[in-house]
Design a binder for this molecule. Structure first.
Ligand code: ZN
Length: 127
């Protein structure tokens, strides 16, 4: 008795699943774009999850050419250069010209950006 019920139930259940699948497919035809977008956004969500889960640990502070240059100077000179860049009104082109004479290629636009970090719109070097 039990065996008979099982054998009659399982094909019936399978048939129901198949028919509901094809029904939703047929219904989806009118709103194909919506369905696609939802699927894509779901994919986007899982891709974001993957990326966030596998995000590499940041082991360095992003620095621009100015900070890289300062790191190459001896501490005393670097401090003076920091003063010149962050606390003087000398134009960035003056700083860039000085640096280039000593073999450091830093564009004045980079120095401008480095200075602007103090107001929150420049590079991401530490203030
Ligand atoms: Zn910088």
């Amino acid at each position: 008795m039990d065996a008979k019920r099982k054998s009659t139930n399982s094909p019936g259940a399978g048939g129901a699943t198949d028919s509901s699948r094809s029904q939703s497919r047929a219904r989806g035809k009118s709103v194909v774009t919506d369905a696609k977008q939802t699927t894509n956004l779901r994919d986007l969500g899982s891709e974001l999850d993957n990326l966030l889960a596998s995000a590499p640990q940041r082991t360095y502070v992003p620095t621009c050419a100015v900070t890289k240059t300062l790191a190459q100077l001896d501490p005393e000179t670097a401090e003076k250069m920091r003063q010149l860049i962050d606390h003087s009104k000398h134009q960035s082109s003056v700083v860039a010209e000085l640096l280039s004479r000593y073999g450091f290629a830093v564009a004045y636009t980079t120095i401008n950006r480095h200075r602007k970090r103090l107001t929150g719109s420049g590079c991401r070097c530490p203030k």
